[in-house]
Design a protein. Structure first.
Length: 138
């Protein structure tokens, strides 16, 4: 008789463990299921609020109209950016040409200037001085 009693207890324990496992798995499945309507509407309101990407988005506007508006805004914005880029490139070319023209001056192209604005004087060997600017005695 004891054999049967212990067998029932073991079966009962397995049954309880199995039921707990079942309830836990069902509970986790429902927890991961879709949210209720309240949560959906709150999430929808949050996603439809104005943002830095789309500041003029209105909640009542139709999605198709907002897409058209965004497309035209993006194309206009892109055109403006291209114009700004071209203006910057023209300014850079102009600045480089001006620098190249300045580098043709003898102050930069003639090696006898040693980095001076004016060409240093050639003194007699007894009167030569040490130059602090270029570190040469002349």
């Amino acid at each position: 008789m004891q054999f049967c009693g212990s067998y029932k207890n073991r079966c009962m324990k397995y049954f309880v463990v199995l039921m707990l496992f079942f309830f836990v798995s069902v509970g986790s499945a429902e927890a991961q299921a879709k949210k209720s309507k309240k949560n959906k509407s709150a999430a929808a309101d949050f996603s439809q609020s104005p943002s830095s990407r789309d500041p003029d988005f209105s909640v009542g506007a139709a999605p198709a109209a907002s897409k058209k508006k965004r497309k035209s805004n993006k194309s206009n914005n892109r055109d403006v950016k291209i114009e700004e880029y071209e203006a910057r490139m023209k300014a850079n070319v102009k600045a480089k040409e001006k620098m190249a023209k300045a580098m043709e001056k003898p102050q930069y192209s003639d090696p006898s200037y040693f980095g001076h604005k004016k060409k240093p004087k050639k003194r007699k060997p007894g009167k030569r001085k040490f130059c602090k600017e270029c570190g040469i005695v002349h």
